[in-house]
Ligand binder design. Structure first.
Ligand code: CTP
Ligand code: MG
Length: 415
């Protein structure tokens, strides 16, 4: 039997969200905001965008039907879905809401998708897979995922009765698609006989097992088949799921550049001489430096680069070189304070690339220790810190061994 007629979708939004009620202060989850619109609207748009879907039935809580219909009207005026949209009052149980939704379907509807509004992230391709399976003759099709946990059957005392064979299990989702007549009849029998189910497929399965369903495919008896589901198609159910509705925090890549120079102390009369320290590591072979602080040229360049990332000015703005408290001060403090300023401004360092430029001393043997020291100072993985050393080929003041310079590039993320 080929199913003729249009495909419609029933979108279930009549639940009370009891498992979430405390976390949402009683607000029903299907109306919580998601990207600035009510949650149920997200899947309404996905379903309505499918060329095969010719109409939508929204099922709303009966006590709020008038208000929800008015809201739907406003939403449709603002963002039209381009297909007829109807609304129905839901029922006590999910299966009642589905039944009331089905009652609204027009005569020409031959195939129906039933979807939980609480699954806002279902994709169009998922729905298409479901419809394709119907096209190929299934009486029903549901998206499902292989089960990764081992599943046990237990009794009322939580004593295990059986371990199920995981390979045979699927955890199923919506949208579920059916031949409209089959789904309606299965619901009618369920009502007559008092079946309690949590999805529509179970009704149709039972109905088929009883041999009541008509043949839908020439290839075999009618069946409800599972098509690949989606990990992302979660049902917003418990408070932990609410975080999925928050906008993803977006980080912007930022970078900062730093540059510093110190003179070598060639005559005792030149000024305050400091033993050479680079990146917090003493370099005893190096000439003394002239400096107010400890003269760690590398950490000064780094401090400026960090401030650069967060539009925090420069080292002199924060640590003036005429301030008494900065005299002979360990430059690691400047780095830590600059990093604290960056943190306050929502900037998190990701990677630093540092270069020391000096004719003397030879820095090769120190590079690894400097890298570890800087990584420790910044609380970064050493993989995120690089140290380079170079000469300027005897040119300029570094080449003439009159001083040392350092440059720093810092990459970071700003929230
Ligand atoms: N639903 C419905 N009518 C009901 C019960 C549920 O339309 N009487 C809908 C829900 O709005 C939801 C979907 O069925 O979109 C799946 O149900 P569930 O996740 O259980 O939602 P709630 O029943 O609202 O939540 P809870 O079980 O925590 O009360
Ligand atoms: Mg429920």
């Amino acid at each position: 039997m080929t199913i003729r007629g249009e495909t419609w979708a029933v979108l279930l939004a009549a639940g009370s969200g009891t498992r979430l009620a405390t976390a949402t202060e009683g607000r029903r989850k299907q109306f919580l905001p998601l990207e600035g619109l009510p949650l149920f609207w997200k899947s309404a748009r996905t379903l309505a965008a499918l060329p095969a879907v010719r109409g939508l039935v929204f099922v709303f809580p009966p006590s709020e039907l008038t208000q929800r219909k008015a809201e739907l009207h406003e939403l449709l005026a603002r963002c039209p879905l381009g297909i007829p949209c109807l609304a129905a009052p839901g029922g006590e149980r999910r299966q009642d809401s589905v039944r009331y939704g089905l009652e609204q379907l027009p005569r020409q509807c031959g195939r129906v998708l039933v979807h939980d509004a609480a699954r806002p992230f279902a994709s169009a391709s998922l729905a298409r897979r479901v419809l394709d399976a119907l096209e190929q003759g299934a009486a029903g099709a549901v998206p499902g995922l292989a089960v990764t946990d081992t599943i046990k059957r237990v009794d009322a005392r939580e004593a295990i009765l059986a371990t199920l064979d995981r390979a045979e299990l699927r955890s199923v989702q919506t949208p579920q698609g059916f031949d409209r007549a089959i789904l309606e009849k299965a619901h009618a029998v369920a009502l007559d006989e008092g079946w309690e189910v949590t999805d529509d497929a179970s009704l149709v399965e039972q109905w088929i097992q009883r041999g009541l369903a008509p043949q839908t495919s020439p290839d075999g008896p009618p069946a409800v088949v599972v098509v690949p589901g989606e990990e992302t198609n979660v049902k917003i159910t418990t408070p932990g799921d609410l975080q999925r509705l928050r906008p993803a925090r977006s980080a912007q890549a930022v970078s900062g550049f730093g540059y510093d120079v110190h003179r070598y102390c060639l005559e005792p009369s030149d000024g305050p001489a400091r033993p050479m320290v680079l990146g917090g590591v003493p370099v005893p072979e190096g000439p003394d430096l002239l400096a107010h602080s400890d003269g760690d040229v590398l950490l000064h360049a780094l401090t400026d680069a960090i401030l650069g990332c967060c539009a925090g000015g420069d080292i002199g703005d924060h640590f003036p070189d005429n301030a008494e408290e900065n005299e002979n001060r360990a430059s690691g403090i400047f780095v830590k304070e600059a990093q604290a300023i960056a943190r306050e401004r929502g900037v998190r360092l990701a990677h630093v690339d540092l270069t020391v430029i000096a004719q003397t001393p030879r820095l090769g043997p120190y590079k690894e220790r400097i890298r570890e020291s800087v990584a420790r100072l910044l609380e970064l993985d050493p993989e995120c810190v690089n140290i380079k050393a170079t000469t300027e080929e005897r040119l300029g003041f570094t080449g003439e061994k009159r001083g040392i310079k350092a440059v720093a590039l810092v990459n970071a993320e700003r929230e």
